[in-house]
Structures are given as C-alpha cells and as structure tokens.
Design a protein around this ligand. Sequence first.
Ligand code: EPZ
Length: 417
Amino acid sequence: MDKLRIEGRRRLAGRVEIGGAKNAALPAQAACLLTDEAVSLSNLPAVRDVRTMTRVLEGLGAESSADGGDRLTLRVPRIVAEEAPYELVKTMRASVLVLGPLVARHGRARVSLPGGCAIGERPINFHIEGLRRLGAEIVLEHGYVEARAERLRGAEYSFPFKSVTGTENLMMAAALAEGETVLRNCAQEPEVVDVAKLLRAMGAEISGEGTDEIVIRGRTSLGGARHHVIPDRIEAGTYLAAAAMVGEDVVVAGCDPEAMLPILEQFAAAGVEIERGDDSLRVCGPRALAAQDLRTAPHPGYPTDMQAQYVAMMTQAHGTTLVSETIFEHRFMHASELMRMGADLRIDGHNCVVVGPRSLTGAQVMATDLRASACLVLAALAAEGETVIHRIYHLDRGYECMEGKLGRLGAAVERIR
Ligand code: EPZ
C-alpha cells in the first residue's frame, strides 16, 4: 500500500489548479442510467471513486469512453443487470446512487446496503422511505436492498434530516416518475444543484434545487446531455487550509468562491486573509491564526467534509477552539493521530477541543478515511521533521495527485509505492 513521506515546514508559494467535484461527479455518473442516450461529463476529477463508479455502471450495462483528459462519456443502451454488488458497494457507499435511477428506468434494483464506514453508521433509510413513497416495493434481506416498481408515481416526501445523496437519489428517481414529486427539507449543497442542472439538460422538469423544497414533474424518458462538473469546493478548501498554515503566497485557481462562502467566512474569522477573485482565491501568509469555534452543518453551513482540515489548522491557532461535528457521529478519527504529532486535543462525543498553538513533530501516522487523510497531510506540512502517512488509498479516493499539486507549491512530498 502506498504511503506519503512529507518533510515539514517548507513554505508554499505558487498556483494550484482545482479539479472537478468528486461529490458532483458521482451522482452525475449515476444519472446516465436514466437514459439510453450518451451523457458526456467534463471536468471529472481523476480520483479512485470516479473510476469505481464507472465500474459499477459498466456492470449494469454502461458503455464508457474516456478522452484521456477530464471528459468521460457514458451510454446505457439498456440495463443488462440490476445489481450493485457488495464487493463494489463496500468500497464506495456512494454506489447507492444507482438505486433511484435503476428503479426509475428499469423497474428493478438490487443494491448492497452500504454498511457503515470510519465516520459513522451511514444508514440509507431516507433513500428507502422516499422510494417507497414513490411507489417502489422494497425488501431488505441478505444485506441487500431489493426494489421493484412498475412505474414510479410522483409523491410528497420530507427528509427527517438533510441528506445529500438522499436528495440526489430521489430527484433522479422522480425525474422518470408519473406526475409531480415534492421533496422537502432537501440538501442544498452546490453538488445537489449541479445534479439538478444535469437532469434539466437531459430534459427533466425540476425547480427549487438549492432551496429546501424541490419539485420534479416526471417525464416518460430523458435524453443525453453534455455537462461540465463544478469545481471541488472541498479540495479548494483543503489547499486554502494548507496555505493558511504554511503558505507564503498561494493562489487556489479554478474554484468557485461563491460555493465556498461558509468556508471563507470561517477562515476569515480565524484570521486567514483571503483575496477573492471570480474563480480563484489568494492567501498570503504566514498570518497568526486565531482560535475560532466551529459548528458543522448542512449547506449553507460549514461543510463537515472540511472539519478535519480545520482541526489541523486550529492546532496552529492562538487560543482554544471548540469544534462541534453535528453531521456524523464518529468523525474525529484524525484526532488520535494528530495527538501523536504533538497536538493538544480532547474529544468529547460530538465535540473536539483544540488548544493551540502547538508545534507539531513528524511521525508515522495512519490514514483512516478520506478527509482525515487530508488533515494528516496538513499537519505534516506544518510539523518539524518527517511524517510518513500510511494507507493513503483513502486520500486517493477524493484528491487527484495531491503529492504533485503540493510539490509544485514547494512542499517536500514523496509517494512511496
Ligand atoms: C454526502 O454523503 C457526501 N458524499 C459526504 O462526503 C458528505 O460528508 C455528506 O454528504 C454530508 O455533507 C457524497 O456526496 C458522495 P448525508 P451522504 O446523507 O449523502 C444521516 C466525502 O468525504 N442519514 O448527507 O452519505 C447520515 O447518517 C464524503 O467526500 C440518515 O440517517 O451524507 C448523516 O448523519 C464523506 N439516513 C446525515 O444524515 C439516510 O438515509 C447526513 O448524511 C441518509 C443520511
């Protein structure tokens, strides 16, 4: 398994280009199941999860052709199988995004229950309840969701709690249901808005995306489309955190500052001075960081996917920070490894107290999940000496060639195969 070796305390300077959003790419790929025409996606990130999703879709009947760059064209002339198998779903729970489109297009689906992961139990009861409301008959057995529907019928469904993939799954299912569907308490993340934009380009009648109420008028069929995936606001935020911690003069380019306002406001309150461009952000450091409490929340709140990176940043801030993780029940896996590097942290359920500033020292550390890995990279950049991060396949799921991007900014990062 690959590792990353990082020699800390190099100042970062230069320009880093942000890729397409993994969490917009995955539902966009799943949407190709809704039509027998070609769906051409550009600005896809070259990350493991996108490759995994392509494999899941090929197993269901998709023909894929990549142009060698960031464009992937998917076409599903017909559904040849209706199962998303355990061995694939267990490596990527976002495979559950094929459930809605499969039932809507094909009338049948057999998707492995994703099971928990490092950050929490990750149930999909809202996805299931919503599909039942749309008329699907669903049985859970042998660790699988078995769903059947002659044709889905429009209905009303309110999410008990905002769910990103839950909203995306039901939006896609409703696009081919008969009649009108009203989804309430929907997730409002930019990635959800991007999926709705793709569905509309395919001929779906959707309104309200980005608010907490989305109305979909189902069609009998959808067509192909070309779609440019939005930039990854979490990748951008991760490099912004690196710049805030060890940056001299860093430009994060090809991002969408508008989609990052919750992150920018939180960072500014912590003393990070950020110059905003139309599609770029510039951070000149080093700046003394100030402790600033954080509470994660569904968009337009501060994203949970940027919580671990913020904890790393607060180890270098003056003062004591209270970080409250309100979305997932177990998303402080990074804390114990940070403590081994010298951070002064205390975990109490959903809260993490960070006392800073603490000078960190390099260590052998273990990645546990995607964003925890990013947190360890940030800590390693600020630490004195050498850090080796094990199991960085977690990192490769959502970050494209991080060692290359950081290396071009002047960091001493080497991948050990
Ligand atoms: C999406 O996961 C993202 N993944 C996650 O990013 C992100 O952390 C999360 O949204 C929250 O923003 C993708 O988009 C592929 P949720 P998702 O449904 O949709 C509970 C990353 O690092 N819930 O919004 O699975 C759930 O347990 C990943 O890129 C139910 O109880 O998250 C959680 O507490 C990690 N029942 C909360 O809702 C359900 O049926 C929000 O989860 C669904 C969710």
